[in-house]
Design a protein around this ligand. Structure first.
Ligand code: ZN
Length: 317
């Protein structure tokens, strides 16, 4: 069965493109994500992340972030027959386009704005529609999940960023944020929030995963969790199969409601992949598995992408 919306909340393939390692046009180049395989799998919208690697922080973070954003635009301009940029609610009406994959530009790491709120507006004008407030470390907005002992909430700048993101119509991504920061964002944001690539802590006790309490609260506020495919987030042994992705999907649906579940592969950002879900072309097997474990085709449609579509229609202007 073909699903009208397959939406993936996170991949890091843009780095490979910008650094010249891959064109993202040819599966024989390797990697997890490229347009031929994404099209074959029926992906209708891909969140393309500008992930700012640790070695650029803090002094070169803005520059690197802008370089990645420029790369994303170059990729889109060079392939108008394959991808298009989604910036507005109106752009969402083009999805699903049978020939073209929508691209939602996201930035992973508030370091891109440094200490400057105006930089948020600049990246918005450059087409960015989702921002992860932190990666794993502390920055000027908040603490990431590596800051285990601080219990710090958002900084003053971080709070202003949340409010401004609400005004602009940007998705606030809490995937790498520490728990105190997570609750602070929920308290401040008038829009639903997103964890673009996270799993359930009850099934795998990893600092990057969300507790049942967090999942419930995020769902209650009409947010979405994109289930991450990284084996170390799926199973404490670090060895996982497609079945483990299904387990996390089932758990989040049970705890927070099926309307809270989405997909957030983290393809090309993860060093290992689950057996049977090794690249974007394998998506259809996952959908088949969800039917096998008892989800209705309508529920699979929601998980595959409709939930992300609803969230985006709620938040984008
Ligand atoms: Zn990440």
């Amino acid at each position: 069965m073909k699903y009208p919306y397959i939406i993936d909340g996170h991949c890091d393939s843009l780095i490979h493109f910008v650094d010249g390692a891959r064109t993202l046009q040819d599966p024989s180049e390797g990697g997890h994500w490229d347009t031929p395989r994404a099209k074959m799998a029926g992906v209708s919208l891909q969140f393309l992340a500008a992930y700012i690697e640790t070695r650029y922080k803090p002094s070169m973070a803005t520059c690197r972030g802008l370089q990645l954003i420029e790369g994303a635009h170059r990729f889109i301009v060079d392939h108008p027959d394959q991808v298009f940029l989604v910036r507005t609610k109106k752009d969402l009406t083009r999805i699903p386009d049978p020939a073209c994959i929508g691209i939602l530009l996201s930035v992973e790491g508030g370091e891109i704005i440094g200490q400057n709120l105006f930089m948020l507006d600049i990246i918005y004008h450059l087409g960015v529609r989702a921002l992860g407030l932190t990666w794993n470390q502390r920055n000027a907005l908040a603490d990431g999940v590596d800051e285990v002992d601080t219990q710090s909430k958002l900084t003053k700048l971080g709070q202003k960023v949340v409010l401004r993101m609400n005004e602009l119509g940007m998705l606030i991504d809490v995937s790498h944020l520490n728990e105190a920061g997570f609750w602070h964002v929920l308290e401040l944001s008038r829009d639903p929030i997103v964890a673009t690539h996270s799993c359930a802590k009850a099934l795998c006790n990893h600092p990057r995963n969300l507790t049942d309490q967090q999942l419930r609260a995020l769902g209650k506020q009409k947010g979405v969790v994109g289930v991450n495919f990284y084996p170390s987030f799926l199973r404490e042994t670090g060895l996982a199969t497609r079945e483990d992705v299904v387990r996390h999907i089932c758990h989040i649906a049970e705890v927070a409601g099926v309307e809270t579940v989405g997909l957030g592969s983290d393809f090309d950002g993860i060093s290992e992949v689950p057996k049977g879900l090794e690249h974007v072309g394998d998506y259809s097997y996952l959908m088949d598995d969800l039917i096998k474990v008892g989800f209705t085709s309508q529920e699979v449609e929601q998980i595959a992408g409709r939930n992300f579509m609803s969230l985006l229609s709620n938040v984008l202007k």
